[in-house]
Design a protein around this ligand. Structure first.
Ligand code: C2E
Ligand code: MG
Ligand code: MG
Ligand code: MG
Length: 292
């Protein structure tokens, strides 16, 4: 352990640590009955194919609005819920909610799309994960083929053999698997061929160097080529500008997702944007629409 000789720094350090721990336990405590209080909802962010601009997928992202109206970011509360184990209950809620959304979209004659759901390592390694997931499908009446499970690179390496086994079980049931935040985790490229996966998600940090037209991202390029060699699909996340989108098209990336295309949106906004009726009216550019 490092010795902190400066008494004042020592105090600050302890105080900051104490504050962080207090905040964490507040969040863990507040998370206890969030589902019953109905403070969670999902937002949906579209994913598009670069070759023709078609909608291919939608990622479900959890939102927590506390009773005082403030939003708590999933980047803040998901890691806490993972540590306390609350992620298991939250994760099952997400499956049910997201699958029911997909079912409602099918009923509303929306274009067909795959639904991506984030899964944490703790969920993946829970004893009944595959069964619970199948149960959520049965409860909502949708097929596994339409679901993609996004698993971060770092959750894959904790128990390699077990994880590979679970991924095979999931794929056998028809689920698609994507590796999220690819390139930011600890995993070595040499493991990659062991994972039965359908898609790589290039982390948005690799798009940061693309500011003007002549800029390059050697890592994004590398990951696109790697995906091609492995025979899997590749999607870039966090695409914020037309220049980044053009670059990704140039290097042969399959799909994009990001604020330049759409921010994550409510179900209502999603349906408004993609229902057959609104697609037709925007294509025909109707001068007015009936209000009743
Ligand atoms: P992620 O799965 O990598 O999701 C992408 C994050 O980037 C989302 O943040 C999204 O809103 C944001 N994003 C999308 N486009 C852009 C862009 O163009 N620029 C920038 N700067 N950001 C963009 P969000 O919704 O705050 O979620 C953060 C993380 O929390 C997610 O990262 C995921 O790891 C986790 N998470 C979210 N929902 C769930 C969930 O239902 N279950 C689990 N286990 N984790 C979740
Ligand atoms: Mg994700
Ligand atoms: Mg990501
Ligand atoms: Mg992430």
């Amino acid at each position: 352990k490092a010795k902190i000789s400066d008494g004042i720094n020592h105090l600050t350090y302890d105080q900051e640590l104490a504050n962080a721990i207090t905040k964490r336990s507040h969040i863990a405590f507040a998370l206890q009955n969030v589902i019953e209080k109905q403070e969670f909802c999902l937002h949906y962010q579209p994913q598009y194919r670069l070759s023709d601009g078609a909608l291919t997928g939608v990622e479900a992202l959890i939102r927590w609005q506390r009773d005082d109206g403030r939003f708590v970011s999933p980047a803040e509360f998901i890691p806490i819920a993972e540590r306390t184990g609350q992620i298991l209950e939250i994760g099952q809620w997400v499956f049910l909610e997201a699958f029911a959304f997909h079912k409602r979209c099918q009923r509303a004659d929306m274009p067909v799309f795959r639904l991506a759901v984030n899964v944490s390592a703790k969920q993946l390694n829970a004893p009944n994960f595959v069964e619970n997931l199948s149960l959520a499908l049965l409860q909502t009446g949708i097929g596994a083929e339409q679901i993609e499970l996004e698993i971060t690179e770092s959750s894959l390496v904790s128990d390699l053999d077990h994880t590979v086994e679970i991924l095979h079980q999931l794929r056998d049931r028809g689920f698609q698997i994507a590796i999220d935040d690819f390139g930011t985790g600890q995993s070595s490229l040499s493991y990659l061929h062991k994972f039965p996966i359908d898609r790589l998600k290039i982390d948005r940090s690799f798009l940061a160097p693309i500011l003007k037209e002549s800029d390059e991202s050697p890592i994004a390029k590398l990951l696109v080529n790697l995906s091609k060699d492995l025979g899997i699909e590749v999607i870039a996340e966090g695409v914020e500008t037309p220049i980044q989108k053009a670059y990704l098209t140039d290097i042969g990336c399959d799909e994009v997702q990001g604020y330049h295309l759409d921010h994550p949106m409510t179900e209502e906004d999603f349906i408004r944007k993609f229902s057959v009726h609104s697609i037709i009216s925007s294509k025909l550019q109707l001068p007015f629409t009936a209000t009743n």
